[in-house]
Design a protein around this ligand. Structure first.
Ligand code: COA
Ligand code: AMP
Length: 630
């Protein structure tokens, strides 16, 4: 069947389409229908079904004879080790961990925070929660204690599962002191923690509160899968919004199962049994959907890769992993390819490996720049598929669905809308833009199964952030256009979110931290273009009257403050002191103009500007740190 037929089939009968896809899932009780619109514009899918995610990701494959197939391969160049876990082993390990959690009081609906590096135990912790119907919230290891504390206070977990340490090239990340600090800072206190001790660093446990991963499981009864309602939250994943308070994206259980299963064959073109690799981190949505859940739900082997595209030990690491584990379909962020290209521009290392198993490369997480796509196409000689989605949707909104039909690739576009998504570009007044005209990218409601039904603890914020601006549509926060063939082009964000090395960060959150420095009277943070990471945050600081301290010292202090408060992942290293910020007459900071100046792009002085002379001051300040080239 052609893509256009599949898409038209969905559009003609969305409920029928999703009920058919739901047949690929094992239900304890089948749903009577797909869509529940009683609370429109809030929608739910498969609400009256009963189902368990862990059963569908693990147990059913053992029952169907896949017990000896590898479910997870841990490939860790930073610890020089590789290890495989079969589906049968995974079932035992997850049932045992779930049994231990249950023995300590974890039940359906309880929240459990997971703070772990790229080890298989992170997936086992997620699956153990799913087995019990507990709601996990994974926190990325590159966040600082304060960010973890914010998530603890919002999710109010009964337990936290963490590792003793993570390993970044050249340094050990001490998870346990970060965890202790976060618990200390948070108002809510978990009942207990479970610590996976790694041999690279054994953490000190607090008697009565912290339990060691292995001893904690000693002698417990393994847990069976607990059926949950279709709309039961599978997990909460916090993502950056406009303020320092992250948004807790809720993922509903049944829609998640159905949609992710559909994507594996239809978008990623893999058959059960094949090896699928997403080189991301379990702390991000890509890690949730395509390192953990989708490959396992579909009966694939997934790779948990603990390393970097370069430097662990070289720019050939990705090719070694693809060769050694016979990866069929590979997914990463464009920034990883830019890093490799910088180290190995001629692809000399690629030639040293046999990449015959590889059928396609998928890129997402940030805009895929044409140079990177062309380089990857030339080097790998397989289709290079840019596809577009976000934490909120959990699976691709636009892609080139290789498993259905390979559509012509248009470089610069993540291709076309997937079934479930009616994507449109609207003008400020909410009218559809003609083909090729820039607008706010929105999706007509209802969103398909697996997408967020709400934000944790914040239904009003959900409504305000996503639904209010364009009634009847979900606002993605991206700007772009759709061409005459229906290809979507994503050009920029419409909010204060920036994308640094495929990581979504809030400039608003950074501004809150800069403003807390005692010498800073006013500040602004913008995202400037960077060849490797796509964007980098850059801060402007206006100091308090009378402050005559050395500017370089203050810059050093605010850089440290952001690293300590948000974490190294913010990659905040650039800041300049200026006398004033350019503003409109009504006092709005002209961030977009500052971005243009920093990136040495042409711009028009906004008609509403209060004092155009400030733009020159900004240019001069930026030139002192190598931006705003003449
Ligand atoms: N735990 C602790 N610290 C982490 C971390 C983690 N899981 N991940 C990153 N960090 C730290 C890094 O060590 C770095 O610290 P430093 O300032 O001390 O050097 C900092 O956070 C910034 O990290 P990053 O922006 O990733 O830069 P990098 O120089 O370490 O690596 C790339 C650059 C391009 C190689 C890397 O960003 C990459 O592989 N990106 C792939 C993107 C990706 O997987 N995105 C997920 C969405 S698909
Ligand atoms: P996250 O929620 O962290 O996955 O980030 C989602 C955001 O990253 C999107 O809203 C886009 O701004 C950006 N993004 C993701 N994939 C793409 C892509 N293929 N092209 C352009 N931007 C993308």
């Amino acid at each position: 069947m052609a893509y256009s037929d599949v898409y038209a089939g969905w559009k003609a009968d969305p409920e029928g389409f999703w009920m058919t896809q739901a047949e690929a899932i094992d239900w304890v009780k089948k749903p009577s229908r797909a869509l529940f619109a009683d609370n429109a514009p809030l929608y739910e899918w498969f609400k009256d079904g009963m189902v368990n995610t862990c059963w569908n990701a693990v147990d059913r494959h053992v029952l169907a004879g896949r017990g000896d197939q590898l479910a997870i391969i841990h490939d860790s160049p930073v610890t020089h080790s590789t290890r495989g876990i079969t589906y049968a082993e995974l079932q035992k390990r997850v049932a045992s961990l779930a049994g231990a959690l249950r023995a300590k009081g974890i039940e359906k609906g309880d929240r459990v925070i997971i703070y772990m590096p790229m080890v298989p135990e992170a997936l086992e912790a997620m699956l153990a929660c799913a087995r019990l119907g507990a709601i996990h919230s994974v926190v990325f290891g590159g966040f600082a204690a304060a960010e973890l504390a914010v998530r603890i206070d919002d999710a109010k977990p009964k337990a936290i599962i963490a590792a003793s340490c993570g390993i970044e090239p050249g340094r050990v990340v001490h998870y346990k002191p970060l965890l202790d600090g976060a618990i200390e800072m948070a108002t809510h206190k978990p009942d207990f923690t479970v610590i996976f001790q790694r041999e690279q660093e054994v953490a000190k446990l607090i008697e009565g509160r912290d339990f060691a991963w292995h001893t904690f499981q000693y002698g417990v009864e393994p847990a069976e899968c607990v059926p949950v309602e279709g709309d039961h939250p599978a997990y909460i994943l916090y993502t950056s919004g406009t303020t320092g308070q992250p948004k807790g994206v809720v993922r509903p259980t049944a829609g998640h199962l159905v949609a992710l299963h559909w994507t594996m064959k239809n978008i990623y073109g893999v058959e059960p049994g094949e090896v699928f690799w997403a080189a991301s981190d379990v702390g991000w949505v890509v890690g949730h959907s395509y390192i953990c859940y989708a490959p396992l739900i579909h009966g694939n082997t997934t790779i948990v890769f603990e390393g970097k595209p370069v430097g662990t030990p070289d720019a050939g690491t990705f090719w070694r992993v693809i060769q050694n584990h016979k990866v069929t379909s590979f997914f990463t962020a464009p920034t990883a390819f830019r890093a490799i290209k910088r180290e190995d521009p001629t692809g000399a290392l690629i030639g040293e490996y046999n990449l015959r198993s590889l059928k396609a490369l998928y890129l997402a997480g940030e805009r895929a720049d044409p140079d990177t796509i062309k380089w990857a196409q030339a080097m790998l000689n397989v289709p290079v598929i840019d596809h577009w989605w976000q934490t909120e949707t959990g699976w691709p909104m636009a892609a080139n669905p290789l498993g259905i039909e390979k559509l012509p690739v248009k470089i610069g576009s993540p291709s076309v809308a997937m079934p479930g998504y009616d994507i449109q570009a609207l003008d400020e007044g909410g009218h559809p833009q003609p083909a090729g005209q820039l607008g706010a990218i929105v999706v007509k409601l209802p969103l398909p199964p697996g997408t967020l039904p709400t934000l944790w603890n914040a239904p009003e914020r959900f409504q305000k952030s996503y639904l209010d601006h364009f009634p009847g549509y979900y606002e993605t926060g991206d700007a772009g256009y759709i061409d005459e063939d229906g290809y979507v082009y994503i050009m920029a964000r419409t909010d204060d979110v920036i994308n640094v090395a495929g990581h979504r960060l809030s400039t608003g959150a950074m501004e809150e931290i800069l403003a807390s420095h005692p010498d800073v009277a006013e500040c602004a943070v913008i995202g400037v273009a960077d060849e490797l990471k796509g964007q980098l945050p850059l801060g402007f600081l206006c100091l308090n009257k009378g402050c005559n301290r050395d500017h370089a010292e203050i810059v050093k202090e605010v850089v440290k403050l952001v690293r300590d408060k948000i974490g190294p992942v913010a990659a905040f290293k650039l800041a300049v002191v200026v006398n004033r910020l350019p503003k409109t007459r009504s006092g709005k900071i002209l961030r977009a103009t500052m971005v243009k100046i920093a990136d040495s792009q042409p711009f028009k002085t906004p008609a509403t500007i209060d004092d155009p002379a400030i733009l020159d001051e900004i240019r001069v300040a930026l030139q002192t740190i190598g931006f705003a080239k003449a």
